[in-house]
Design a protein around this ligand. Structure first.
Ligand SMILES: [Mg+2]
Length: 205
C-alpha cells in the first residue's frame, strides 16, 4: 500500500456528486410566469440574483420575492422550492467513490457554492450527503468559490492546509484557486478519470 500525503478529500457538490439541470425548473415555472424559459434561465441560473442568494445576502423568502416580482411567477414559495429541488440527480459513480474513501477512514468534506433551498432538499433526499466530516457552504459564509476567504474556511474546519488536502471540482477557476494555496487537486470531468487520479494518490489503497 502506498502512503498518501493527503489527509482529507474536499468535494465540490454540483456536477461532481450531484448533477443539476435548471431547464427542469424553468420548464415548470414558465407556464406560471410572464417570462419565457430562456428569460427565466437568465434570471435564475448563475445570474446576479442567484449570486446574492448563494452568498447569503438574500434569505430564501427574500430570494423568492425577487424571483416572483421579476418573473410574475404566480405560485407559492412551497411550489417554487419543490420545483427548484427537482433539478438534482445523483452521480452514482462519484457517490460510490466517496463511499470507498469513507470505508477506508478518509475524512471528507463538502465545499460548495450553493443555497438554502438546495441544501434542505439535498439533506432530505440523498443519504450520502450525511456522511461527510464537514460542510463549507457558500451561503453560510458570505463568500463563494473561487474567492480566497471560502478556501480559508475549509482550512479552518479541516485543520489542514496545502498538500494535506485533495480537492475535486469541475470548474477550472475553483481548482486554480485551490492549487494557488498549495492544495492537491483533481479537475473533475468524468468519474472514471477522477477515480484513476484518486487511485494514483494511494487514498483508495
Ligand atoms: Mg461544480
Amino acid at each position: 500500500m502506498s502512503v498518501s500525503p493527503q489527509k482529507a478529500v474536499v468535494f465540490d457538490l454540483g456536477k461532481v456528486l450531484l448533477d443539476f439541470d435548471y431547464s427542469i425548473l424553468v420548464h415548470r415555472m414558465a407556464p406560471r410566469s410572464r417570462m419565457s424559459e430562456a428569460e427565466l434561465n437568465q434570471l435564475l441560473n448563475q445570474a446576479p440574483l442567484l449570486l446574492r442568494y448563494e452568498t447569503g445576502a438574500l434569505s430564501t423568502p427574500e430570494f423568492f420575492d425577487e424571483v416572483q416580482s421579476a418573473s410574475g411567477f404566480n405560485g407559492s414559495i412551497e411550489e417554487f422550492t419543490a420545483f427548484f429541488a427537482d433539478i438534482f440527480t445523483p452521480i452514482e459513480p462519484m457517490i460510490a467513490l466517496h463511499a470507498q474513501l469513507r470505508s477506508r477512514g478518509v475524512p471528507t468534506y463538502i465545499f460548495s457554492n450553493t443555497n438554502d433551498i438546495a441544501i434542505v432538499h439535498i439533506r432530505r433526499t440523498f443519504a450520502f450527503f450525511a456522511d461527510f466530516d464537514g460542510y463549507v457552504l457558500s451561503y453560510e459564509h458570505s463568500a463563494m468559490k473561487p474567492d480566497a476567504p471560502l478556501y480559508a474556511v475549509v482550512e479552518g474546519i479541516t485543520g489542514l492546509r496545502e498538500a494535506d488536502l485533495l480537492y475535486i471540482d469541475d470548474r477550472q477557476e475553483n481548482i486554480t484557486a485551490g492549487v494557488a494555496r498549495g492544495w492537491n487537486a483533481i479537475l473533475h470531468q468524468e468519474p472514471a478519470t477522477t477515480e484513476a487520479a484518486m487511485r494514483a494518490t494511494g487514498l483508495l489503497g
